[in-house]
Design a protein around this ligand. Structure first.
Ligand code: SF4
Length: 303
């Protein structure tokens, strides 16, 4: 049924009907599926040797100006995306089962913040039973706890970003100055639903929370603040923290006046300091860092 949406902190109240919506996320009532593809570069505890069968969704409630998935996140016209489809909950349930019936280690839903209601309706008990491998919910972290609650018992691994501890940067780059507080509450809710990280004997994650953070050039304090916040929120072994260095300036990106350093990659000194700070965070005992060579265009999915 069409509805006026207040599912995320934008509180647009926009009508979502069929495939279209006029809210900030640009998403309708149906789930926009841009592509289903195997992804080999997720954190090793997720994909192992076989990778994650990722389902990339259209639209976004953040639309960060540096987004690598800008071709599908609604910043541009998405109508020309090859294979684009709009799925009802029933159809999306079938897509999830098809993705699970591959040899992938896990199934991932990528950028689901603005489709939580629809994803929750898709993962019926029958669908959940048929998936038989970890279901990962990858999101930007800009979510209401009461909406995340809809995913209770339906998702095994939550993978929220924690992009900003700095509200100024969040306002400048994602038009979401309230992001730091919103994301903290959302991440705590994810942890309430998924519990402390659980791994099998091969080190593959079965359930829990992985928090990702992308280091941005010229904003080292933003990264150190994220680490401080998480270090204060959790105990050793609770969550996995993934510190990413793969920021790449998009071709033609014009940085906003409030954030002029976006035109180059993260410097070696910035990433070294971030890594050392993470390594000294006593409550963040599980995690990953990246080699700076990860900031390579070949890591960016082409839609
Ligand atoms: S999910 Fe989309 S339509 Fe709903 S409140 Fe958020 S931005 Fe608006």
């Amino acid at each position: 049924m069409p509805y006026n949406c207040t599912d995320c902190p934008r509180n647009c109240g926009a009508l979502r009907s069929g495939p279209s919506g006029r809210g900030y996320c640009g998403s309708g009532e149906l789930i926009g599926v841009a592509r289903v593809m195997r992804h080999m570069w997720e954190e090793p505890c997720l994909g192992g040797q076989k990778g994650v069968e990722n389902i990339f969704l259209t639209g976004c409630n953040l639309k960060c100006i540096y987004c690598q998935n800008h071709k599908i996140n609604g910043s541009e016209d998405i109508s020309g995306i090859p294979g684009l489809l709009f799925a009802s909950p029933e159809d999306f349930g079938k897509i999830l089962i098809d993705a699970a019936n591959t040899d992938a280690q896990a199934v991932g839903i990528v950028t689901g913040d603005h489709y939580i209601r629809q994803i929750a309706a898709s993962v019926t008990p029958d669908v959940k039973a048929a998936i038989k491998k970890p279901l990962i919910f990858n999101c930007g972290g800009y979510m209401k706890p009461e909406t995340v609650e809809l995913l209770r018992g339906k998702v095994d691994i939550f993978m929220p970003d924690f992009k900003y501890s700095d509200g100024y940067a969040a306002g400048c780059l994602s038009k979401a100055a309230d992001y730091p507080e919103v994301a903290k509450a959302a991440i705590l809710k994810c942890f309430e639903l998924a519990g402390p990280a659980v791994f099998d004997d091969d080190g593959l994650m079965k359930s829990g929370v992985i928090v990702r953070h992308l280091v941005l050039p010229g904003r080292i304090q933003n990264t150190l603040g994220v680490i401080d916040e998480l270090n204060g929120m959790f105990k050793p072994g609770d969550i996995v923290f993934s510190l990413m260095s793969q920021y790449l300036p998009l071709p033609g990106l014009v940085p906003p006046p409030c954030f002029e350093r976006l035109t180059g990659p993260v410097s070696k000194a910035e990433y070294k300091k971030s890594k050392e700070y993470f390594e000294n965070a006593l409550n963040l005992t599980l995690g990953y860092t990246q080699d700076l060579s990860s900031s390579d265009p070949s890591y960016v999915p082409d839609f």
